[in-house]
Design a protein around this ligand. Sequence first.
Ligand code: RUQ
Ligand code: CUA
Length: 629
Amino acid sequence: MSDANTANERRSNDGPADDREPLFPRLPRRDFVKAGMAAGAIGSLAGCTSVLDRGSDDDVNSSRGDVPPGEHDEYYAFLGGGHSGEVRVYGLPSMRQLMRIPVFGRESARGYGYDDETRTMLEEAGGYSWGDVHHPRLSQTDNDYDGRFAYVNDKANGRMARIDLTYFETDAIVDIPNTQGVHGACARLPDTDLVFGVGEFRVPMPNDGRDLDDPGSYTSVLTAIDPDSWDVAWQVLVDGNMDNGDGGKNGRWFFATGYNSEEAVSPSEMTGSDTDYLKAFDTLLIEDAVENGDYEEIGGVPVVDGRRDSPLNRGDEPIVHYVDVSKSPHGVSVTPDGKYAIASGKLDPTCSVVDIERLDEVDDPTEAIVGRPSVGNGPLHTAYDGRGHAYTTLFIDSQVVKWDIEAAVEAEEGSEDPVIEKIDVHYNPGHLIASESYTAEPQGDWLISLNKLSKDRFLPVGPMHPENDQLIYIGDDEEGMQLVKDTPAYAEPHDASIVKADKLDPAAVYDPADSDAEFVAAGEDDITREDGRVHVRMTSVRNEFGYPDVTVTEGDEVTFTVSNIEETSDMLHSLAIPEYDINIKMAPQETSEVTFTADRPGVYWMYCAYFCSALHLEMRARLLVEPSG
Ligand code: RUQ
Ligand code: CUA
């Protein structure tokens, strides 16, 4: 770790290399140094971040990864959008943003949260207006992507959501009881028969006003969700905070890192201990416990006690193995061959390599740690290329380190020998992801480093900077890692998943049977009125709605069911109703529905908000609300 002197020396090297006026004022160097503060409360680590001596041009290869206009990418990348509450879809290697999928917040271009179906879904999932998406994971069959679903967490409001990859749309959200902050999101593999949400913040159980200031009694839970019904199947109560998670590849193990084994409530107390737990959940034994009735029902779901002193953890078949790993581990990921779970140290420069099979053989779970290489400062997350290499982000050093997994098992604890190479990234990387790293067979060509800070990399846009997702080519072990692209990203991507494009099969138009509402075919437009309820069923097609005028009475409850009867892909329409805060979108063959109370008399132009043809502006109709009485 560099000391303060070094940091000062580097600071004095400030400024452009020549005397020309910079086009844009460079940031004062102290702002760069501040970046290290992002290490959080661990202020003493702040000086470790240096931005000078960075990014030698040798490591840059900007011609690789070109995708000419009109050509398609080889991969999709799904990135968690952080507190924007959405998932972003990029093409790889172009890093072009292809789509945004709103998940936990309303989004008007898609009518998400505006039409009856998605509005009800958001309301039933707690009615929160935002979420914090970190970890998009994709469904797998036989440890390979099957193109069906993506799953994401809401760290803020303790929810998990499912995205249908036929339509690239959120199709289910569950508001998880007994938890605050669901962080890690992942599945039991090989066949995604359970999806997990890793509870982070410890709270009283149940959190109903009891034990307010008795932190010792707070707990966190791991939640298992049925991937089909999207209901909570069971939960396990554990000691300490949890953080990230990953599933083993053989249908049994699930791993979660944790910090705060101290069970404290202030940052300084949370980092007191030199070790924290990696928890290895034996999900089959937990399912047995649920089956045998060894649980308590809390918040409507079965909760199994997995705390260290639980009767279920006595004897030689504990349901949760508490593996002591170095201080406050953050990321954990299972190697493609399913042999090891690797936890990254965060506040310790090592990664812990846990031999999964050994968990059954050892008395002290800590003996299952078979390697502990020293990789650099602030190791956060680890990805794989399928050639036996691990790639770990070094948050404090602003680097990605490539190291050899088996060499780490051979080497002495704390050895730097397994390290093959480091590349500078810009700056302070959180997650990284390699192509299909979460499957049994990663391609080993591309890696994205999701950097928290971009600082000076882009044109300044005010005090809030974009983040920087950097594309790195890792396909050539001789040449080494090559930085290919910087991509500015709106706050704030966390984890990502990269999948071969041909494993997905997105629909070009809707199957009318997949809409909740009944399709309105050409010529079937109709209006029914009954007891102050008006139901308008109408079509939309270039360049008109089924009715040029709809007249209702002030106070009526009005439902518009609108089908887009186009069969041409990419020909969307919407129904926007000004001053009623409505915009619902209809993709080809899709039917959307919106219900509202017409409580303001007057004329309201309903229009299509998608530029669908030369007569798009003319695509409108009047809502006439007659004064009552
Ligand atoms: S986390 S930057 Cu929410 Cu996956 Cu580590
Ligand atoms: Cu339809 Cu514009």
